[in-house]
Design a protein around this ligand. Structure first.
Ligand code: PLP
Length: 404
């Protein structure tokens, strides 16, 4: 098969309406120049250090390791980054690039609101106008994040079309960009979409993996584990190891309530179909008409119907192994690491935690696993407490509502 530019094997590309070819070429050129420019790299590095709080620590989870009696588990604490997750690495990088390109306004899509919060935060710091598109269904489910975005000075625009969720917000953001690209940057939130986004997002997220390289100089890594929604935390975490044949790289998808269409967001087993959606070719969960199917996960960040093209390609070649963890597995992992290590995994990251628990037992003593805690779980309070704290949580909410 002929290899075209901007593809990863058969995946990726730039399938956009004619009007967006110009803006994407301009972005590709600006990004390609910036990433080679020592001034930009120095500015990025300083921003990572002073604003994001990098490097994030690598925690040796000794209690968890001892309790499980298997391989040693190390946890990369991306949850300690400003705004609570890895999303800020990409948001900050692209916001700096937007500024360098002379753009005054930034637009972004958001699903659960995490990418919206990270983008609004970076824009506040850099003095850029910020508009976030968010499905009205997601606004209803994720109200606290709307509050944070507005506090950062962003305008949150509700999207009332389709299923009123993430994919509809992406469509609306592209629609805006079609008319506004002269002064506006579209800050896409994961390692997907039309080229150059998958490359650019991986590059800004590769800071995670590059820090792991330095932090594990004395450790022989046997396996690395990350959760996969669109794939940005995973590809950034794996990035410096992809070209090598070790360690094992394991991506964990959302197994949701279990098997069956609509119950999960597993694309990398036989469920995913090759398709072209929102500007790129990859595996998607599609119905018989080729329309995007509904998904489910307890974690709002993993219930996306498509997977980033580079991950799809690396899954196909076998360099990255894919597994899944259910909602229940993730809740168990959340409890386990909270009680043994004193840290709160985001629901998304807890899927990687669940896979690491099983892997530690399978690999046995003397081996080392690094798991990426892509975010911290404060944001999931309303979901995890409802699931784990039962009536006490309901009572509390009812009392609070009375007091307002
Ligand atoms: C958004 C999000 C994810 C999923 O997105 P990726 O692009 O797959 O990384 C995972 N973890 C957290 C904490 C998130 O906020």
């Amino acid at each position: 098969m002929k290899q075209y530019n901007n593809f990863f094997g058969d995946f990726g590309g730039r399938y956009v309406p004619e009007v967006l070819r110009g803006p994407l070429s301009e972005l590709e050129e600006a990004y390609t120049n910036a990433i080679k420019d020592p001034d930009f790299l120095a500015e990025l590095k300083d921003f990572q250090k002073t604003f994001i709080g990098r490097p994030t620590p690598l925690l040796h989870a000794e209690n968890a390791t001892k309790t499980l009696g298997g391989a040693d588990i190390y946890i990369k604490l991306e949850g300690l980054a400003n705004t609570g997750a890895h999303k800020i690495n990409n948001a900050a990088g692209q916001a700096l690039l937007a500024k360098r390109m002379g753009k005054k306004r930034v637009i972004a899509e958001t699903g659960a609101g995490q990418h919206g919060v990270a983008t609004a935060s970076a824009c506040a710091k850099l003095g850029l106008d910020c508009v976030i598109y968010m499905g009205t269904e997601d606004i209803r489910r994720q109200r606290p994040n709307v509050y944070w975005m507005e506090l950062f000075g962003a305008e949150v625009r509700g999207v009332n079309s389709g299923s009123c969720t993430l994919k509809d917000a992406v469509n609306e953001a592209f629609r805006d960009w079609t008319a506004s690209y002269k002064d506006t940057h579209y800050l896409l939130g994961s390692a997907l979409g039309p080229s150059p986004y998958p490359d650019m997002v991986r590059e800004f997220q590769s800071v995670i993996g590059n820090e792991v390289v330095t932090q594990t100089e004395d450790i022989k890594i046997d396996a690395m584990v990350a959760c996969v929604g669109g794939g940005s935390n995973a590809i950034g975490f794996f990035s410096p190891f992809i070209e090598k044949d070790k360690p094992r790289l394991i991506g964990v998808e959302a197994g949701g309530r279990g098997k069956g269409a609509g119950n999960n967001a597993v694309r990398m087993d036989d469920s995913g179909k090759l398709g072209i959606v929102q500007g790129y070719k990859s595996y998607f969960l599609l119905d018989d008409d080729g329309q995007v199917q509904p998904t489910h996960s307890i974690s709002a960040g993993l219930d996306y119907p498509g997977i980033g093209p580079q991950l799809a390609s690396l899954g196909e070649s076998g360099r990255i192994e894919f597994q899944s963890a259910t909602d229940k597995d993730a809740l168990e992992a959340l409890k386990f690491f909270a009680s043994t290590e004193g840290i709160i995994f985001a629901m998304e990251s807890a899927h990687a935690g669940a896979a690491a628990i099983q892997l530690a037992k399978d690999l046995g003593k003397g081996r080392n696993i690094i798991v990426n805690m892509s975010g911290r779980g404060d944001k999931d309070l309303f979901i995890s407490a409802a699931a784990l704290y039962g009536d006490k949580w309901k009572e509390f909410l009812e009392e609070e509502a009375k007091r307002i």
